[in-house]
Design a protein around this ligand. Sequence first.
Ligand code: NDP
Length: 473
Amino acid sequence: MNQFSMTINGSRVSTSSGYDVLNPSTGEVVGRAPLCSPQQLGAAVEAADRAYRTWRGDESVRRETLRAIAGIIREHAAELASLLSLEQGKPVTSFELGDATTEIEICAMYFDYYADLDLSPEIVPSDDGSRIAIHRRPLGVAALITPWNFPAYLSSWKVAPALLAGNTVVLKPSEFTPLTVLRMGQLFSQALPPGVFNVVAGDGSLGQLMTTHPLVRKISFTGSTVTGKKVAAAAAQDLKRVTLELGGNDPAIVLDDVDVDQIAPQIFNASFGNAGQVCTNIKRVYVHRSKYDEVVEALAELAKSVRVGDGHDPRTQLGPINNRPQFERVRDLVNDAKSSGARVAAGGSAIEGAGFFFQPTILANVSDGTRIVDEEQFGPALPIVSFDTEEEAVARANNSHYGLTASVWSSDSTRAASLLPQLESGTVWTNAHNRFPLDQPFAGQKWSGIGAENGRDGLLGYTQIQVTHEVHG
Ligand code: NDP
């Protein structure tokens, strides 16, 4: 049995208690994760607070360190991708529908990207000869809580800008997928001073302890809206700065002039990638009535042709759902749609066996008011809804507490672009979905989040303003 340890103050820390992390493809044990005690969490936060005094000082050291971490990730990419696939379920390689190898490569890209991002002060014009500058100073200890769909990638989104800005970090990966991030903690320690980057693991109450610790000055959380609201409430007690990325019920609107053969594979990949477990994935498709049957048919054919299986089987394109609660949620939403009269155009059932496999599912003859249309399913099941007018489609797309991403599909890109300003989502595309160049900030509207990640805006979220105003007398 492979026992994993935490990284606290630069040292590997084991615990007498722990729990088994299961492979969602087989139910077999991948490794044993530690359970961090409140005392150990306190030690991690205090170590981060001590390390902050020095780490905040030298920006060039931080940039060099981030580059070194990118190198370490690349050096250990095969090992990390294999472990990630075992505990998360995604294929080791697949590309079109998301895979562990690409996820690890992107982690290295984020560290390189932030190592080069400019953080120089902005000079404010002055008419009396004084020098006024806006600096971006670090906040202190950052508590980062990351989910199970992209354990490595979403941790790197947070860790790289937090460290570059001069903060120190205590990171807690999801209890379902802690092992890759625990291993990253050990590997990154080769490049980092003790206490700068701490990784803890546990389940039950650790997140709440992190978000209420008085030495923590910044919280960044990715996960459900229900938990995000608790995190925001905890942060408010101490006015800790907070970034929340809380998922979405992302609509795609397909207009009456589309070339169905051209758009269907793109919509399919943007919905079923990572087995549907992506906050930005297309979760509901609104199709003009004149194209409805054709789109349903094309997506159903794609769903039937996808190879679902164990992430370590090189033929696999789509892995399992990561964990039992999520598997049961997807199954319940599909069953609810079926009992409400939905037509199953593809899939529709769990796959028998030890893993949390679910057939890629296309549901037709559904509409708003059905749970799988109104709620975030976060799994490999996609409802297709018809509409008659563009105004109606936009209104129905916006009729959600979520506001993360949306897309409009049309052969006339000007026509599609004219709808974008009307969509209440933080990122909106025409004829594409899930495109995220590194410089592009990512921010949710409404209940999809607070603040931004990625790009310069993501970096600024780990800073506070200090204005220096020098009068030369
Ligand atoms: P949650 O989003 O509810 O988050 C669980 C994490 O939050 C754990 O790390 C937990 O740690 C921590 N946590 C729980 N309570 C608190 C608290 N009061 N304060 C601080 N941290 C806390 O995860 P689930 O796995 O339950 O996912 C449920 C749903 O979330 C999914 O169905 C999906 O819709 C959505 N989701 C969205 C993602 C996204 O990318 N936006 C990613 C994954 C899921 P601990 O228990 O140790 O305290």
